[in-house]
Design a protein around this ligand. Structure first.
Ligand code: CA
Ligand code: CA
Length: 220
């Protein structure tokens, strides 16, 4: 119960920030090569899906009361798919509960309203380098970065006790691709990075979304 409360507090802090920053307006970019295909994924059989590649970014809208506070930015979590590494782990993420850690995709999307699979299409790039960055932070037990949600910002990396030492979920995704591949997923490069900014990044192809029509097209 304590963990749930901490999670809710963390996400509410995120929601508070989301309502006050990122003033830019985005128009959804229709990419010629964007691929949207039917919902063929089984929540219990995702590992069998050939369309999911290591390095894919997965955005999730949690199915709980929390997203009600999140209507301006919609998505509530982001992770990087790293493939099956054993013990049920196949994503790396930064969680308010455990900091940077391995997790399971099914567990992430098992209680959500919507989720999406994105792929960085800048060519050439080495997604393994982005994954290596994230795993390195996991191996260093980097904490969740609450500071940078209260004072919206992002850091690639930093020393212990600095805001750069920890990561909020989307910051980890952004920093991994920025440091590992030199790719900036924050088009406006302003303030922090939120999941919807990644969804509409010029460097991203939407591979699949459970309910793409429900994703907001504009940010006010
Ligand atoms: Ca940080
Ligand atoms: Ca931004």
């Amino acid at each position: 119960m304590k963990k749930i409360n901490l999670l809710i507090i963390g996400i509410l802090l995120c929601a508070l920030v989301l309502g006050t920053v990122v003033p830019a307006t985005f128009v959804q970019k229709q990419k010629d090569d964007a691929i949207r295909f039917p919902h063929v994924f089984s929540l219990n059989g995702i590992s069998n899906e050939p369309e999911l590649q290591t390095g894919d970014i997965i955005l999730i809208r949690l199915n709980s009361v929390v997203p009600k506070f999140w209507n301006l930015r919609y998505w509530t979590h982001s992770v990087i798919y790293i493939g099956d590494i054993g013990d049920g782990f196949n994503v790396v993420e930064s969680s308010p509960l455990g900091g940077v850690e391995y997790s399971n995709l099914d567990a992430n999307v098992g209680h959500c309203d919507n989720w999406a699979i994105l792929r960085v299409f800048e060519d050439p790039h080495d997604a393994d380098a982005a994954i290596a960055f994230a795993i390195d932070k996991k191996n260093q037990d980097r904490p969740f970065d609450f500071q940078s949600l209260i004072l919206p910002r992002k850091q690639i990396d930093g020393l212990n006790s600095s805001a750069g030492f920890g990561y909020y979920c989307t910051e980890l995704v952004w920093a991994s691709y920025f440091s590992g591949c030199g790719i900036n997923l924050d088009d406006n490069n302003f303030s922090w990075i939120n999941p919807l900014e990644i969804y509409y990044s010029n460097c991203i192809i939407l591979r699949w979304a459970q309910y793409p029509d429900l994703v907001p097209k504009l940010i006010h």
